[in-house]
Design a protein around this ligand. Structure first.
Ligand code: GAP
Length: 579
């Protein structure tokens, strides 16, 4: 009998549980609306998290816009004309397959059901029996009548133990579970009418049977203007009253339901707008505005950072996949092969260039190289319009996963918007005296996803150094990403030390370097508090400071301390931040 690997019931690896706890304790990330029980997959960044994310975005902007002449910025509105999403294909195709339970009505990502079941109590209980070779008709019947009834009341086995077990025995020739894999075994315990429905998948919550998946659009819809879609619907129904009464009077016909659906859809669509699911489209709709106003010549890029929204159904792993998140995207417009000037980079060379540039950006900001990789998409993974796609992947505690995507989007988006808007979105190339559509390479990153990777990569629990008995938790964030760059301590709260320390904090603040003052607890505890926040440098004012104007500066990762002159402190830290 093939035994699936047993997974623990907890949803997260231990390190994630520790990191989530640290993020709350130290003010990086809180659950949204926590006092009301929280809101699924929505998060609030606390004071330190806000600084970290701003630093991530600032580093991206510096690398992508400020340090280059060929890329300019954009800050477009989140709500765009609904035709944008018709043209981009999001209205028709930006959907996940959803399966709804026929018994309790809850919906789940159809393609993630078996992965999600690993977190389900009843599934784990059955898995344990199966793995311990304890599955028999008798045991299953007892399980169904006791534990199963409470955990999965709608599982066919629990609703009708005798019937379900008889059907199962018939299938396996009397032996239970026979040669069935665990998945098949569970499907048989879920299915009542095998011949009619085929094997069915179970609901995570109640064990009921999941219906055929349907497409669920991930865009958040809202309405713009003074029209209330409910009132618009009622007004439409008033006009159709006679038709509705006629349709309702025919028993067992679905005509009235179809009519309701059609009118409801029309009423909603009158004023429907969508929260953008990606920032990219505004770079395409503004292509000509930006190119002409800034007199940009190919190849050039338009970069944007901002919120995007997706009604994500499967949410796991902290902020990894949230409903509201910030993207950092750049659309790089380059020559099609036939118009590429001699010696200039081709579209595919730009694709390789941006894949490597972006990978190196993460490594430069401290992500360990061995935890980063580029993965080329298989042909069946790519959007139909894409010519090539690379994911920058990071090895998260739960396995390799996407950090950023680099896509060769061809000229699809510009042509689509041109078709739907009726406005030309071509580039006039004076070298060949022709108008044409440029090709687009898109590095698309997430600020929240990047911040999470930096937090995970930097998180370490260090054992006590030899001769001591106290270890430490440290966030080894790159100094430029660290929320606070410097903490300043007076060794004791007297002899002018607090005043001298505060003066140092002021000097740093005036230079735009975030510094904080801390005088509480013993010096060792103060260091540890700062280590947990990722503060790269700590300066301590002590008795010697008043005599010779020197202080100690301690580096977070090596914990090495050296004496420097107060007058030099800003310069020393500035130099290290620039490295
Ligand atoms: N314009 C292309 C685009 O949006 P994507 O792969 O869907 O591509 C790009 O998103 C990046 O945005 C991802 O690599 C990830 O970093 C981030 N991202 C996407 N969905 C996210 C979500 N639900 N929560 C957090 N970050 C997300």
């Amino acid at each position: 009998m093939a035994h699936p690997e047993k997974k623990k019931a907890s949803t997260e690896p231990e390190i994630m549980e520790k990191l989530v706890a640290l993020c709350k304790q130290r003010g990086f990330v809180f659950q949204s609306s926590e006092i009301y029980g929280g809101l699924k997959s929505c998060y609030d960044y606390g004071p330190l998290g806000t600084e970290l994310k701003r630093n991530v975005k600032a580093e991206w902007w510096r690398a992508m816009v400020h340090s280059r002449e060929d890329i300019v910025g954009l800050d477009a509105s989140i709500i765009m004309h609904p035709d944008v999403w018709r043209a981009s294909g999001h209205l028709a195709g930006f959907a996940d397959p959803m399966a709804t339970c026929a018994r309790c009505g809850k919906s789940f990502r159809a393609d993630h059901v078996w992965e999600l079941l690993l977190d389900s109590g009843w599934y784990q209980a059955l898995l344990e029996l199966y793995q311990n070779n304890e599955v028999s008709s008798l045991v299953l019947k007892r399980w169904a009548e006791q534990k199963g009834k409470k955990l999965a009341p709608n599982l066919a086995l629990c609703r009708d133990p005798d019937g379900t077990l008889a059907r199962l025995a018939e299938k396996t020739g009397g032996e239970i579970p026979g040669s069935l894999t665990f998945k098949e075994f569970v499907q048989h315990l879920t299915t009542e009418q095998l011949e009619r429905t085929g094997l069915q998948n179970p609901c995570l919550e109640c064990g009921g049977e999941l219906q055929e998946p349907r497409a669920f659009n991930l865009m958040f819809r809202t309405s713009l203007g003074p029209v209330d879609p409910i009132e618009a619907f009622i007004a439409r129904m008033r006009q159709k009253q006679a038709q509705l009464v006629g349709a309702c009077s025919t028993p067992n016909n679905t005509e009235w339901l179809d009519l309701l659906r059609q009118e409801c859809k029309a009423a909603v669509e009158e004023s429907a707008v969508y929260l953008r699911p990606e920032t990219a489209q505004a770079m395409f709709t503004n292509f000509s505005n930006v190119q002409q106003s800034m007199r940009m010549k190919l190849p050039f890029g338009i970069a944007q950072q901002g919120k995007s929204f997706r009604n994500e159904i499967t949410v796991k792993h902290f902020t990894f996949r949230s409903c509201e998140f910030e993207q950092m995207e750049m659309e790089f417009f380059c020559h099609p092969p036939e118009f590429t000037p001699p010696g200039a980079k081709t579209d595919m060379q730009w694709f390789e260039y941006w894949s490597n540039e972006r990978l190196n950006w993460y490594a430069r900001l401290g992500l360990r190289k061995e935890k980063l990789r580029l993965r080329a998409h298989e042909a069946n993974e790519m959007a139909h319009y894409a010519k090539a796609c690379n994911d920058i992947e990071y090895e998260y505690p739960w396995g390799w996963g996407e950090l950023e995507g680099i896509a060769h989007r061809t000229d699809y988006d510009l042509k689509q918007h041109e078709k739907h808007s009726g406005k030309k979105l071509t580039y006039f190339d004076p070298l060949v005296n022709k108008h044409y559509h440029p090709l687009v390479i898109e590095p698309a990153a997430g600020a929240d996803r990047a911040a999470l990777a930096f937090l995970i990569d930097g998180f370490a629990e260090e054992p006590p150094p030899p001769g001591t008995n106290e270890g430490r938790t440290v966030l080894r964030l790159h100094p430029r990403l660290a929320p606070v760059k410097l903490a300043v301590f007076p060794l004791v709260k007297k002899e002018g030390m607090p005043e001298a320390a505060r003066k140092i904090v002021d000097e740093f603040s005036q230079c735009g370097i975030k510094a904080s003052y801390d005088e509480k607890d013993a010096i060792g505890r103060r260091y540890r508090r700062q280590d947990e926040c990722g503060t790269p440098y700590c300066i301590t004012v002590d008795g010697q400071t008043a005599q010779d104007g020197s202080v100690t500066i301690r580096e977070r990762d090596s914990m090495k301390q050296e004496r420097i002159q107060v007058a030099e402190a800003v310069k020393v830290v500035q130099k290290r931040l620039a490295e």
